[in-house]
Design a protein around this ligand. Structure first.
Ligand SMILES: *Cc1c(COP(=O)(O)O)cnc(C)c1O
Length: 403
């Protein structure tokens, strides 16, 4: 297998991600784009004003490689205030070019040929790419849909984690399923990491976007886990500023040192005028976060109800931007979710992303979820209502919801 096999088509060309493909298709057909997960509005104006002022005031050259002190302090204060996690902003916090760079730098820092990296499946697409770049093997644990949502398969977890496991790369709240892992599930992962003496890297970019009073628990807060856990988050999702690419990674100083060594030669540094703005947002942005969470929760309800009315089986997400729906009732003979998603913009003017895009080709999870599609509700209400109306045209209206 080619070392970077996760990155290119069999002919060696770079393939556009399914997200870019679906967005292009949505644009060319005028479809309501519930595919790619980015907000269609801007983040809070007061935060954008701080960045504008920073550009006017000269924050236009390389910031420090680890991030400006003010932002590192704000990240440490945020972790303490929300979760009781104590961090030294000098040595235990690193600012990155979004969560994406933090993920890549952490995987490259700790995993290499001969190592295994364990993730949930379905998984965020950059995980497979980062693991492939590191030359490590990607082992997955399926999340299985049931009456309580997509849940961790604990037997599969035990089978996947072994002495070859160097890293467990966890994601909660989880994209694409919307699962917020329970404390018990997190404890299973923590126990597995300890048994294998593996590091835990957790992607918590949706930490503030949980619904129904469901609180997010960082793995680093579990007893004994802080010393082997690196926590990643980002301002993109929390403040609807995905284009700013201000992320961070936090944890034990010697682990952050190793990640910094890699990050230095990925981007070195970035986002100079955005850093002071996010520093303020992390300190003074709680009301904006609450407003986003409430409005997202209402938009989730709107889309979930619309999908159910249209005849989809839906798993109600506890967090994130996304809902997963089973398109099985609408599939023509021999079709799967990918064929359905590719046809949907032309057929009724709605775009979504097949769950198979978040799975290894042919894996057990890919097969189990082959008819499932992910839709985002981080769009304005009008777009969502348009999408819901169009989904009714699929002809499933009036069907009893499956659950
Ligand atoms: C959006 C997203 C990211 C990327 O975050 P950036 O800060 O934009 O790099 C990482 N992980 C998950 C699960 C995401 O949904």
């Amino acid at each position: 297998m080619a070392r970077a096999s996760g990155l290119a088509s069999p002919d060696g060309s770079t393939r556009p991600t399914i997200f870019a493909e679906m967005t292009a298709l949505a644009q060319s057909t005028g479809a309501a784009n519930l595919g790619q997960g980015f907000p269609d509005g801007d983040g809070p104006e007061w935060i954008r004003e701080i960045a504008s002022a920073a550009i006017r005031d000269g924050a236009n050259q390389y910031p420090p490689g680890r991030g400006i002190p003010e932002l590192r302090q704000a990240i440490a204060a945020h972790q303490l205030r929300h979760y009781g996690i104590e961090l030294d902003p000098e040595r235990e916090v690193l600012v990155t070019a979004g969560a994406t760079e933090a993920i890549a730098a952490a995987v490259l820092a700790f995993a290499g040929p001969g190592d295994e990296v364990v993730t949930l499946e379905p998984f965020y697409d950059s995980y497979a790419a980062a693991i492939a770049m590191a030359g490590a093997a990607h082992v997955t644990v399926p999340l299985v849909p049931g009456p309580d949502g997509f849940r961790l398969d604990s037997a599969a977890l035990d089978a996947a984690v072994s002495e070859r496991t160097r890293l467990i790369l966890l994601n909660t709240p989880h994209n694409p399923t919307g699962t917020v892992l329970s404390r018990d599930e997190l404890q299973l992962v923590a126990d597995a990491a300890r048994r294998a003496d593996a590091l835990l890297v957790t992607d918590e970019v949706y930490e503030h976007l949980t619904f129904d009073g469901d609180a997010h628990t960082p793995v680093a807060t579990l007893p004994g886990m802080a010393e082997r856990t690196l926590t990643i988050s980002s301002a993109g999702k929390t403040f609807s500023l995905t284009g700013w690419k201000i992320g961070w990674i936090a944890g034990p100083a010697e682990l952050i040192e190793a990640v910094t060594a890699i990050k230095q030669f990925l981007t070195y540094a970035g986002g100079a005028p955005f850093q002071p703005a996010i520093a303020r947002a992390l300190v003074d942005g709680d009301a904006d976060i609450a407003e986003l969470r409430d409005s997202l929760s209402a938009r989730r309800d709107l889309l979930v109800a619309g999908l159910r009315e249209a005849g989809f089986e839906v798993v109600v997400p506890g967090g994130t931007y996304f809902v997963c729906a089973d398109a099985a009732p609408f599939l023509a003979e021999g079709d799967d979710g990918a064929a359905f998603a590719r046809a949907l913009p032309g057929r009724i003017g709605v775009a979504g992303v097949p769950i198979s895009a978040f799975c290894h080709e042919g894996s057990a999870a890919a097969q189990a979820l082959s008819s499932w599609v992910r839709f985002t509700f981080v769009k304005d209400e009008r777009t969502l209502r348009t999408a819901v109306e169009r989904l009714r045209e699929l002809g499933g209206a009036g069907r009893e919801p499956l659950r």
